[in-house]
Design a binder for this molecule. Structure first.
Ligand code: GLC
Length: 635
C-alpha cells in the first residue's frame, strides 16, 4: 500500500511547513485527516525529500534524533503518556498525540473477546495515532504473562512458578516465542512480561508470576523468556517487546508494610541493605538487559521507605548509567500517584527520577497539563523530556512500527495453534512436582477403576489462575482448554467416575485409585496476599472421604505457591503439585499414567509451618527444600 504511505509523507511534509510557521503556537497543530487502510506493511520508498525519521535505512537513533527535533512539547509529552484503552477514544489519541495505549488485566474489546475484535480495537487506536501531524505510531501494551491470556482461545501456558519447576530455559524461550506470535497477531507489539522478581515470602499474591526464590534461576529463565519474546527480531510480526518487571525488589517486601487496599506484602517496603539488594534482586535485570530488554517496568514497592518510582539513584544512576540500560522505563498502573498526595510533586519527582513513560492510566489530560506546567516552570528540564522521548522513539523504530504499524491478518490463525498447545502440554508435564509417592500409587494403570473428586478437577479457570481472561482470573469454563478430569477420561481405558463432593456410593466402591484435586481459587497481585496457606477443613474431609472409597489416593494441588499440607500428608499415598498449568490439562494426565515421567523440582522452599516465612527467618527444616522433587520412569 505504498501510495498510502506516500500520501502520509506528503501530508507530513506539508504539515512540517505549517509547523515551521505554527511552532510558535504549537496548539494550532491540526492533525491532518489521513485515512489509513489497516494493512500489514506501509513501506516508504525514501526519496531526497523524505524526512530522515521516515527512512528505514537509517539507524533508529538517527531517526529518533531527527523526529525529536521536529516535535513540539505537546507531542513529546504525548509520547510519554500511556493510557488504558477504556479511558480514551481514538480521536483523543490524535488530539493529544498519545504515544501508548494498554489493555489492563481483563482488557479485552467490549464488542467481543475474539482475535479479530482485538486486532480491530488495536488498529483503531493505531489509525488515530498515525493521523497526527508527524504520524508517530503508538505502542500498544498488554500483560501476556502466560500466553496472550486476556484473549479467549489463546494458548494459556503454565504460570511462571510452573516454568521455574521445569528448570528448562530452552522450553521457556519457546514459550516466550509462542506467546509473542499470538500477541503480535492481534497488533500488540509490547508485552508486560516477564516478572523477574525473586520472591522471599510465598504469602505474596504474585509468587506464581515469578520463576522462584533463587536469583540464578530467575536470571536464567527471565532472560530465556525475553529472548523468546524477541527471538525473531523486534521488526518481525512474530516478536514483541519484552518488559521485565518490576524494578526492583517487588518480591522482597516485608509483611504488613503495604499501604495499598488491604494488601500486606504487595507494593510494600523492602527493608534490606544495598549489598543484599544488589546480590538478591539486581542480577535478573543484568541478565534481562543482556538478553535484549528495551523496556523495564518499575515496581510499586519501596526500598527502606522510598517509593521505587521516586528513586533517582536506582532508576537513573544504577539502571540507566551504571548498568547502561538504553531502553525506556515505564511506570506501573497509576504508581506515580502513590509518591505524594500532591500530584504535581509526584509527577515532577517521578519524571526527574527517571520514569520515561507514565502508565497514567486514566486522567491523561491531567497528566499532560501537569507536565506542560512543570516544564514551563522549569521543574522538569526539557532535557529530561528529550531523554525520555528519545528512548521511547528509538524503541518504536526498533520495533518497525513506522513501517509496519498494523498486524498481518493472516497471523490470527496462529492463535491457539495446535503446535502452541502441544508446547504448553509438554510444559505442564515438565512443571509437575511429585512430592510423595507411597505404595506405588503412581503411575496409575490405564485400566484402573478411578474416582475423581474436587470441583477444581473440571475447571479451566482454576487451573489457569489469575491473569486469565480477567485480571483476577475466574473459576469456570472461561476459555477453550482441557481440564484435568477431561484429560483423565481421555487417557484412561477403565471406568472413571467423577463427583466433586467425593461421594461414590453409586459407583460400587472401592476404586483402585481416587484422585482429589484441591488448591487455590484464582487471584492476582495483592488480593492474593495470604496470612494462612493451610488447606481448608473441607479439603481435608474430601481427602478423608476418598480414602474410604479407594485403594490408593492421589492428591493434585492447583496452587500459585506452596501450601501447608504437613498434617494432611498421611491421608494420601501420592501428592502432586501442578501449580497453575493453564489450558492444557492433558499434561497432568500424561504424568499420572506414566506417559511422561515426573521431572519437576521445587522452585520455592516448601514450609513445614507458617512460622518458616519469610524464607530463611525461622528455625526448623522445611517440609521439602528448594530443588526437591521425586521422579518416576515413564511407562
Ligand atoms: C498492574 C501490575 C503490572 C501490570 C500493569 C498493567 O497493576 O502491577 O504488573 O503490567 O498493572 O496491567
Amino acid at each position: 500500500m505504498i501510495y498510502v504511505r506516500q500520501y502520509q509523507t506528503i501530508i507530513v511534509l506539508a504539515s512540517l511547513l505549517l509547523t515551521a510557521v505554527a511552532c510558535k503556537s504549537p496548539q494550532s497543530n491540526t492533525a491532518p485527516t489521513v485515512t489509513n487502510t489497516a494493512t500489514a506493511t506501509t513501506a516508504v520508498t525514501p526519496t531526497t525529500s523524505t524526512p530522515a525519521y521516515l527512512n528505514p535505512a537509517l539507524p533508529s537513533a538517527e531517526r529518533a534524533e531527527d523526529l525529536l527535533a521536529r516535535m513540539t512539547l505537546e507531542e513529546k509529552i504525548g509520547q510519554m503518556t500511556l493510557i488504558e484503552k477504556g479511558s480514551i477514544q481514538p480521536t483523543a489519541v490524535t488530539d493529544y498525540f498519545i504515544g501508548g495505549i494498554l489493555s489492563g488485566g481483563g482488557g479485552y474489546p467490549t464488542s467481543s473477546n475474539t482475535p479479530a475484535a482485538w486486532a480491530e480495537m488495536v488498529n483503531s487506536y493505531q489509525e488515530a495515532a498515525l493521523a497526527t501531524r508527524l504520524s508517530i505510531p503508538l505502542i500498544y501494551g498488554v500483560d501476556a504473562i502466560h500466553g496472550h491470556n486476556n484473549l479467549k482461545g489463546a494458548t494459556i501456558f503454565p504460570h511462571s512458578i510452573g516454568l521455574g519447576a521445569t528448570r528448562n530455559a530452552e522450553l521457556v524461550q519457546q514459550i516466550g516465542r509462542a506467546t509473542a506470535v499470538e500477541t503480535r497477531a492481534t497488533g500488540i507489539p509490547w508485552d508486560y512480561a516477564p516478572v523477574i522478581a525473586v520472591p522471599q515470602d510465598i504469602r505474596w499474591g504474585r509468587t506464581y508470576e515469578a520463576y522462584g526464590e533463587d536469583t540464578a534461576l530467575v536470571s536464567e529463565l527471565g532472560a530465556a523468556f525475553i529472548r523468546g519474546l524477541q527471538e525473531d527480531g523486534l521488526h518481525s510480526q512474530t516478536a514483541v517487546l519484552a518488559t521485565p518487571k518490576h524494578f526492583i525488589g517487588d518480591g522482597g517486601t516485608v509483611w504488613g508494610t503495604s499501604t495499598t487496599e488491604n494488601y500486606t506484602l504487595d507494593q510494600g517496603d523492602m527493608q534490606i541493605d544495598e549489598a543484599t539488594l544488589r546480590a538478591l534482586h539486581l542480577p535478573p535485570y543484568e541478565a534481562a538487559i543482556n538478553a535484549g530488554a528495551q523496556s523495564i517496568m518499575i515496581s510499586f514497592s519501596s526500598w527502606n521507605g522510598t517509593k521505587m518510582h521516586a528513586h533517582q539513584y536506582l532508576l537513573t544512576d544504577v539502571l540507566k548509567e551504571e548498568m547502561g540500560f538504553a531502553g525506556f522505563l515505564v511506570s506501573d498502573w497509576q504508581a506515580i500517584d502513590q509518591i505524594s498526595p500532591d500530584y504535581y510533586q509526584a509527577v515532577v519527582t517521578a519524571i526527574n527520577a527517571g520514569v520515561d513513560m507514565n502508565m497514567v492510566p486514566y486522567d491523561y489530560k491531567g497528566f499532560i497539563t501537569t507536565m506542560l506546567t512543570a516544564v514551563e516552570k522549569g521543574d522538569i528540564p526539557e532535557s529530561r523530556i528529550d531523554d525520555a522521548v528519545r528512548r521511547i522513539l528509538t524503541v518504536k523504530f526498533n520495533l518497525g512500527l513506522f513501517e509496519t504499524p498494523y498486524p498481518d491478518p493472516a497471523q490470527l490463525a496462529l492463535i491457539g495453534a495446535d503446535e502452541h498447545r502441544a508446547l504448553a502440554q509438554e510444559a505442564v508435564s515438565q512443571s509437575l512436582v511429585l512430592l510423595q509417592n507411597e505404595n506405588e500409587a503412581l503411575p496409575i494403570p490405564l485400566d484402573a477403576k478411578i474416582f475423581v473428586a474436587g470441583s477444581f478437577a473440571d475447571d479451566i479457570g482454576v487451573q489457569s489462575g489469575g491473569w486469565t481472561i480477567e485480571w483476577q482470573g475466574k473459576a469456570g469454563n472461561i476459555t477453550p482448554g482441557t481440564t484435568i478430569l477431561a484429560a483423565i477420561k481421555a487417557t484412561a481405558s477403565g471406568e472413571v467416575a467423577y463427583n466433586k463432593f467425593g461421594k461414590f456410593e453409586n459407583f460400587n466402591p472401592p476404586a483402585d485409585v481416587g484422585i482429589v484435586v484441591l488448591g487455590e481459587r484464582p487471584y492476582a497481585e495483592g488480593r492474593g496476599d495470604a496470612a494462612d496457606l493451610s488447606l481448608s477443613n473441607s479439603d481435608i474431609e474430601l481427602i478423608h472421604r476418598m480414602g474410604e472409597q479407594a485403594e490408593h489416593v492421589v492428591v493434585i494441588l492447583l496452587t500459585g505457591r506452596p501450601l501447608l499440607i504437613t498434617d494432611a500428608l498421611s491421608l494420601a499415598d501420592a501428592w502432586v503439585v501442578a501449580w497453575l498449568p493453564g489450558t492444557e490439562g492433558q499434561g497432568v494426565a500424561d504424568n499420572l499414567f506414566g506417559h511422561h515421567p515426573f521431572t519437576g523440582t521445587l522452585p520455592y522452599t516448601w514450609p513445614t509451618h507458617i512460622d518458616q516465612l519469610p524464607l530463611g527467618t525461622a528455625e526448623g527444616e522445611p517440609l521439602y527444600p528448594f530443588g526437591y522433587g521425586l521422579t518416576t520412569g515413564s511407562q
